[in-house]
Design a protein around this ligand. Structure first.
Ligand code: MN3
Length: 163
């Protein structure tokens, strides 16, 4: 059985960039749903019992739900005010912003420790060496930002970088 990780900070800790209501929906409803659906699939497929979350990322039947759990676990750590903020070159910030704006549909944009920026569709998980990543599903920003994805991306960057 997988359980929902606790949010490692207060629901209002990211105000005014990410609002408390969004954090409640995002963590308590969306993230919880990925956990619940993953548990249901594992329960209905006994051959998957005992596999780790990482192992379930590559199983076709659990990939989406395991990715949803895994990616949000990372996301809360990236957003945690206790996580030291990064200093990034403007070129990287511009690339991260451009790729986040260009992502069609739902997915994520990630930055690796080697300053590579790339996107993944849906809940596909990134490789292990990511240092940050932005959730670009509308549920991550629609309550506060509606269709203004650019404003949400800028707010996210203010939370994770120093400059
Ligand atoms: Mn999300």
């Amino acid at each position: 059985m997988f359980t929902l990780m606790d949010l490692p900070f207060a629901y209002n800790a990211l105000e005014p960039f990410i609002d408390e209501a969004t954090m409640h929906f995002h963590h308590d409803k969306h993230h919880q749903t990925y956990v619940d659906k993953l548990n249901e699939i594992v329960k209905n497929n006994p051959d998957l019992e005992g596999k780790t979350l990482e192992e379930l990322l590559t199983e076709p039947i659990t990939k989406n739900m395991a990715g949803g759990v895994f990616n949000h676990n990372l996301f809360w750590q990236f957003l945690d005010p206790k996580t030291p903020k990064m200093t990034l070159d403007q070129k990287i910030i511009d690339e991260f912003t451009a790729k986040s704006l260009a992502l069609f549909g739902s997915g994520w944009v990630w930055l690796t420790k080697d300053n590579e920026v790339f996107s993944t569709p849906n809940q596909d998980a990134p490789p292990k060496n990511v240092v940050t990543g932005i959730d670009l599903w509308e549920h991550a920003y629609y309550l506060k930002y509606q269709n203004r994805r650019k404003d949400y991306i800028e707010a996210f960057l203010k939370l994770v970088i120093k400059n």
